[in-house]
Design a protein around this ligand. Structure first.
Ligand code: NDP
Ligand code: 2IT
Length: 444
């Protein structure tokens, strides 16, 4: 049995009941086979892969809070501190009923490689809760965030672990979490990113993941003699990543004809009017169905199915495993030629393999959505410098970082004889830096 096969078997045996983590680990390990085979002796003797697939630490805690009626609820809270070889832990917090240890380990594992690709000094972590912010009042969300931070504060810090947003955690939640951290510790420091602009947040962090995704898409298209202008695009989801991906795609001349949420999807043949979608989602915290109620000619369909709409380019920006093999085949037969992942692991393994094997230009999440954490890294820099850069300065750096990630993934793929396979390229390039750092730091 090869070293990577041995490690994958170990992952499944030692982490039972964690299918998302197994899935993420398998995809990465499969990509790394060539690299590992070339260095097997060295890596084996250092137990490198055994350490690479094991989080440095998982913190798991109780989060009690009281709703507006005085009823007590108890949620689960977690922080997975996966790997700190290249910098303090960094990664988002997710509040969603589906959150469990498996989901956060897959996200933390992906984050290690993603953060490495950005070129910034950030280790990988992820956290969150099975709390559902949907339908909760601001006061309930505040009490929940305060309770969550009352435990988390002892494990984080500007030079220790720096959380940020993810699904269900945006500016409102980061604000409440920051306020409680400051109150408990007395420290006014960059312990979180995605903060409000009046208390240390960076311009362009809100837009960064979606904008970065489209910068990456453009870069990939350009290298294959194609362009975004005039193309029909599907964007799944309608949260932070989806909205700003759609906005940047439209500003560059593409037509985004559909968006979705967990209830259904809306199709607008004239192109989604983002001012209306943003008002519904960011101000009213409404549903995409409200868009069809408001815009004549827009059609709302309940359920999954956004991938059945004919398009040139698909940008999955909602959640893991939202695009399966059947969806991938439908996209291809409808003429889709490029897919870039705004979400983390939105394509199943079968769908990913189908894209790669069938000549679809495919950029995996850890490369394509790295713009969010990259600008988080720039927010950390600005906090350390006690400065704030202009929107143009941050956006310009973001664009440069996305182009650099493209180049790293393309180069690694080519070096290992799989030119154009950005899944392998991103995994290998991300791993190389982490592995080198781990090897240099001894058995820790
Ligand atoms: P938001 O909470 O802002 O939006 C999430 C969107 O996805 C909503 O439209 C939501 O619909 C939909 N969604 C969530 N869960 C499900 C589900 N189980 N089934 C169907 N739809 C679902 O989150 P973000 O936009 O921040 O995150 C979206 C994705 O991007 C995630 O995979 C996240 O990990 C990834 N990501 C986020 C980054 C960031 O900076 N925010 C950075 C890099 C990656 P509904 O409202 O119905 O729940
Ligand atoms: O998945 C991700 O990269 C994020 N949710 C952003 C993490 C961050 O620290 O900005």
């Amino acid at each position: 049995m090869s070293y990577v096969e041995e490690i994958y078997e170990r992952v499944t045996l030692q982490n039972p009941g964690e299918p998302e983590f197994h899935q993420a680990a398998k995809e990465v390990l499969d990509s790394l086979k060539l690299v590992i085979d070339a260095n097997e002796e060295k890596y084996r003797s250092a137990g490198l892969l055994e350490r690479f697939v094991e989080p440095e630490r998982i913190i798991s805690f109780r989060v009690p809070w009281m709703d507006d009626q005085g009823k007590v609820h108890v949620n689960k809270g977690y922080r997975v501190q996966f790997n700190s070889s290249i910098g303090p832990y960094k990664g988002g917090l997710r509040f969603h009923p589906s959150v469990n240890q498996s989901v956060l380990k897959f996200l933390g594992f992906e984050q290690v490689l993603k953060n490495s690709l950005t070129g910034l000094p950030m280790g990988g972590g992820k956290g969150g809760s099975n709390f559902d912010p949907k339908g909760k009042s601001d006061a309930e969300v505040m009490r929940f965030c305060q309770s969550f931070m009352t435990e988390l504060y002892r494990h984080v810090g500007a030079n220790v672990d720096v959380p940020a947003g993810d699904i269900g955690v945006g500016g409102r939640e980061v604000g409440y979490l920051f306020g409680q951290y400051k109150r408990i510790t007395g420290l006014y420091e960059g312990v979180l990113t995605g903060k409000g602009l009046t208390f240390g947040g960076s311009l362009a962090r809100t837009e960064a993941t979606g904008y970065g995704l489209v910068y990456m898409l453009e870069e990939m298209l350009k290298h294959h003699g194609k362009e975004l202008e005039g193309k029909t695009v599907l964007v799944s989801g309608s949260g932070n990543v989806a909205i700003y991906a759609a906005q940047k795609a439209q500003s560059l001349g593409a037509k985004v004809v559909a968006m979705s949420d967990s209830n259904g999807y809306v199709y607008d043949k004239d192109g989604i009017k983002l001012d209306i979608m943003k008002e519904i989602k960011e101000v009213r915290r409404g549903r995409v169905k409200d868009y069809a109620d408001q815009v004549p000619g827009a059609v709302y369909t309940e359920g999954k199915g956004i991938w059945t709409i004919p398009c040139d380019i698909a940008l999955p920006c909602a959640t893991q495993n939202e695009l399966n093999l059947e969806d991938a085949k439908t996209l291809k037969s409808n003429g889709c030629f490029a897919v870039a992942e705004g979400a983390n692991m939105p394509s199943t393994r079968e769908a990913t393999d189908f894209f790669v094997e069938n000549g679809i230009l495919f950029m995996p999440g850890k490369a394509a959505n790295a713009g969010g954490v990259a600008v988080s890294g720039l927010e950390q820099s600005q906090n350390s410098l006690r400065l704030s850069w202009t929107f143009e300065e941050v956006d310009g750096r973001l664009k440069g970082i996305m182009a650099d990630i493209y180049a790293k993934a393309a180069d690694a793929a080519e070096r290992y004889g799989v030119k154009g396979n950005y899944v392998a390229g991103a995994n290998i390039a991300g791993f190389e830096k982490v592995a080198t750092a781990m090897m240099s730091q001894g058995i820790v």
